[in-house]
Write a new protein. Structure first.
Lengths: 321, 321
């Protein structure tokens, strides 16, 4: 039985599940697989490298006949990158972090549904005022970049603040229990990142996927260490949540020193390339406790969709005497 | 219609709602009012002052004919305080932070239901092994003392780790949407603190309650500043979540300096006594966005219980075509 929400109606989805546009990890093949299975796949445009987009966006647009999209870190794109992505005619365009206003009219003129992801109530109101069609309330539990509010209280607060604009929940959601919770909190669907990082079709390294199946949420940390080590300058309060590893343990609390240690910069990138995750980061959300195996994205969408349905039924059954 | 869970069955409650035992704020009158309305009221024994307990515990035991209880910060009690509390025959005894094992046999011999509150998966397993009857998974969104895991992913992870021991959710829950989310995540009920701080019967200062109705979750911070200022030595990773105020802004990031500024110690306590919350702390969770007025505890229990029921029904209706 399908789950009906404002999200599924707007984009003709079977499940209120969205693949978070993880930069460099959510490629076109993963996005297409999620969309084909009845969710919404978003390609992770990340820092907006044109060559990467030219390779991945066609894999999504040709890989599914259903709605799909692309997502970017707003302050890392420019008009040219936005237009490059729009040329592939994504039905959905998502912007996270930073002010979406410079790109709203271009994106809307192309007929896209505009999703804006925010990390607090003040930014949610700004996204609503900017013209977002859907607003993602992203909690601190999320893998990769995010801020400091918790998903559970943030979702109803944002939902109240931007009503009647529909909201989605992100951060710490990796199974049907989390999706069902998002719906009871007032969201119209959920974004899942880390769970799909460990999908067969993701562009993540096999060794990174293996760590995701082994780590627990107690092992993740919000940190600036990996951004500093790569020379990426994210402003406060944004940090990245990753699985604790040797490199993080070495530098945590010594961020100022690391900022001066420019010799470390190629080290993390080289480790990433060769799959050495004692040094390179595996971005991961706190929902990683719930990830035990690498599965195909289509199987994940159906499994999590079915779990969501079962949770909603079980919740309703608590009312029966 | 009642909501049936392992918690409500165990203690014959009408709603799966528990008053968090906020030290010094959840007195006997508040606990009794929550229990009388069909929830579970827990007196906040906090740091275990005998005179306070002698005043407040009888107000709970005589104020309700239903289940009630008392909660302590484990590392601040001793055998004598535990026995003093047990003499008032609380049906429920809760321990938060620290190792519960020194007191488990005494508490169980008195016939109490033992609730242990934890902040991560490792401590949940330890509480299960120690003999807890119910385990509270407390997320970082909680007001007052807590740690760093988010409620939404922590609850299913803890529930899986300690099954079949039943779990409760705490942290960021202030209305029926949050309670319903707790239930879909697999918990058998929810603890609410901040929402009841702003109840008529709480021992909180009127000026503090007023701040709770005005602040938003974006205004709260996890901090060690107020503990340091009062000479309370909480170990890492525990911090207290409070509404940002002038004192916090002055000292945040200068904790080492504050630790040496012993002249500040009486300042916070004096401010607390006279209701000056530009200096004293108002502990508050991120759910404070959802608190708009000071209401009686009984009204809150019934209102949140009804909202929970409506949320569960609405969630189930998403499955209807």
């Amino acid at each position: 039985m399908p789950i009906k929400t404002a999200l599924t109606s707007m984009l003709d989805l079977e499940y209120p599940l969205v693949l978070a546009p993880m930069g460099g990890v959510a490629g076109g093949r993963l996005a297409a697989a999620v969309s084909e299975a009845g969710g919404l796949g978003l390609v992770g445009g990340g820092y907006g490298e044109p060559a990467w987009l030219e390779r991945e966006l066609p894999l999504a647009s040709r890989g599914t006949s259903r709605a799909w999209g692309v997502g970017f870190i707003t302050w890392n794109v420019n008009q040219s990158v936005v237009e490059q992505a729009l040329a592939h005619r994504p039905p959905v365009f998502m912007l996270s972090f930073g002010d979406p206003r410079p790109y709203v009219s271009t994106i809307k003129a192309a007929g896209c549904v505009l999703i804006c992801q925010v990390q607090n109530v003040a930014h949610a109101r700004a996204a609503r005022d900017a013209g977002a069609d859907l607003i993602v309330a992203q909690g601190t539990e999320a893998g990769g970049h995010g801020a400091d509010r918790g998903t559970l209280p943030l979702v109803p607060a944002v939902t109240d603040a931007v009503a009647p604009t529909p909201t989605l929940a992100a951060g710490g959601i990796a199974d049907g229990r989390g999706v069902a919770a998002a719906l009871t909190l007032g969201a119209q669907g959920a974004l899942l990142g880390t769970r799909f990082y460990a999908a067969v079709e993701s562009l993540g390294h096999d060794a990174a996927k293996r760590r995701l199946t082994q780590a627990g949420g107690d092992d993740t940390r919000r940190t600036r260490v990996f951004d500093i080590a790569r020379g990426h300058d994210w402003p406060a309060p944004y940090t990245g949540r990753a699985i604790r590893n040797r490199f993080l343990e070495r530098w945590e609390g010594r961020e100022h020193e690391l900022a001066g240690a420019t010799a470390e910069r190629p080290v993390v990138q080289a480790a990433l390339d060769r799959g050495d995750f004692d040094t390179a980061m595996v971005w991961a959300g706190e929902g990683v406790d719930l990830i035990a195996e690498v599965v195909s994205a289509g199987e994940l969408v159906r499994r999590i969709g079915d779990e969501t349905e079962a949770c909603l039924r079980a919740a309703a059954a608590l009312l029966e005497s």
